[in-house]
Design a protein around this ligand. Sequence first.
Ligand SMILES: NC(=O)c1ccc[n+]([C@@H]2O[C@H](COP(=O)([O-])OP(=O)(O)OC[C@H]3O[C@@H](n4cnc5c(N)ncnc54)[C@H](OP(=O)(O)O)[C@@H]3O)[C@@H](O)[C@H]2O)c1
Length: 151
Amino acid sequence: MPSEIILIAAVTVDGFIARHSNEITTWTKDLPLFKKQTMGFPVIMGSNTHKTLINELKGREVIVTHRDDNPKSILESISSKKCFIAGGGKTYSRFYPFLTDLYITPHPYVFGSGISLFSDKINESQLIFKKLVEVSKKSGMLQYQYKIQKP
Ligand SMILES: NC(=O)c1ccc[n+]([C@@H]2O[C@H](COP(=O)([O-])OP(=O)(O)OC[C@H]3O[C@@H](n4cnc5c(N)ncnc54)[C@H](OP(=O)(O)O)[C@@H]3O)[C@@H](O)[C@H]2O)c1
């Protein structure tokens, strides 16, 4: 199992990652950073998210998960020390118990409704601030990196 299991997401100010399950994400500005950070590491995503991708992720093993897959078994099959959980809301929720880090980039949008970062019920966690990474100086966008405090 990787020692770092990192959720990476672009969120609206009201906590949504998409307007609906099959939205092709065109509103995010952090794709170059996503590419840089995930390059060379396995990237896990749900089948809905995989269907919305316009381009395959070059240079990364993409693991597409389905409802009958066991998140723990998937993670145990990875030999890399780091992997990324790239969405969507159902997949973030299913892998939540195993996450070590959150990389969150708030974007200047309010959707009002849609797919929440965690679309299924999860338990509360305390986060420890780790680092801020600049995404775009012009638009004042930053990526917030947190460690999840394990009980
Ligand atoms: N802003 C961001 O950073 C970001 C990142 C990633 C994705 N997104 C957006 O998120 C959206 C997709 O999120 P999502 O939550 O709909 O899908 P998802 O997590 O990408 O994929 C759905 C997952 O849930 C499973 N599933 C479906 N119905 C289920 C059920 N009744 N019980 C248990 N598991 C079930 C699916 O398995 P099966 O294959 O078996 O159906 C699949 O593994 C898209 O619009 C995408 O663009 C945004």
